[in-house]
Design a protein around this ligand. Structure first.
Ligand code: 3PG
Length: 213
């Protein structure tokens, strides 16, 4: 799958809901309940970060939840991409972009949402064929004003900003013409996951699903 085709897929996924929950899960037994709550709340595109031993089992469990679109986050290497795809992930998110990751995702047909932080990184991703990008770590690198400014010379790129985004500032991003959705971990807090507090997760997802610019 070419990078252009990968970006078509990730763009379509990013259009499904205004927020992609970024999930850090430490107990795969919680995965299915968590995914059900997020899907029910209206945020069905899920990024499970490969930051815990439970992540791949969690992806496996979530992949069976109807209505969900489960991807892997923190995909750093070709091996990460392959393991994520084998576990059932249908897309991958990375904090950056490497040649090895481009080659791996192209070869195995896993749509990649690569991370960028500067104009040169955006241009490099465009050169490779990606025009749907993550902007990371969004708040730290200038936030919504920086993304607005990038849209001047690079209007052909769409972004999913992630990092430091909350219900308090999400609208600042979502109102920009070059932002399709945001990523954020607030929907799936560690406290609510470990307590199995799915009503609270669903409520946060419901609020996030209503966000717009
Ligand atoms: C991350 O990599 O953890 C994501 O960017 C989520 O960031 P957040 O916790 O600030 O939402």
């Amino acid at each position: 799958m070419t990078p252009q085709e990968q970006s078509q897929k990730t763009r379509a996924l990013c259009r499904i809901a205004p927020v992609i929950p970024v999930i850090i899960i430490r107990d795969a037994a919680r995965a299915e309940g968590l995914a059900r709550a997020l899907v029910k709340g209206g945020t069905p595109v899920l990024e499970v970060t490969l930051r815990s031993d439970a992540a791949l089992d969690a992806i496996r469990a979530m992949a069976s939840v109807q209505g969900g679109h489960v991807g892997a986050g923190t995909v750093l290497t070709p091996d990460d991409a392959k393991r994520a795809r084998d576990a059932g992930a249908t897309f991958a998110v990375s904090p950056g972009l490497t040649d090895r990751l481009i080659d791996a995702c192209t070869e195995i047909g896993l749509p990649l949402l690569p991370g960028t932080a500067t104009a040169s990184e955006v241009m490099r991703a465009l050169d490779a064929g990606y025009d749907m990008l993550k902007f990371f770590p969004a708040e730290t690198i200038g936030g919504a004003p920086a993304l607005r400014a990038l849209g001047g010379p690079l209007p052909q790129v769409s972004f999913c900003p992630t990092g430091g985004i909350s219900p308090g500032n999400a609208r600042d991003y979502l109102s920009l013409p070059n932002v399709i959705c945001c990523g954020g971990s607030w929907l799936a807090s560690e406290t609510n996951i470990s307590a199995g507090n799915w009503d609270a997760v669903e409520a946060r997802a419901r609020d996030a699903a209503q966000l717009s610019g």
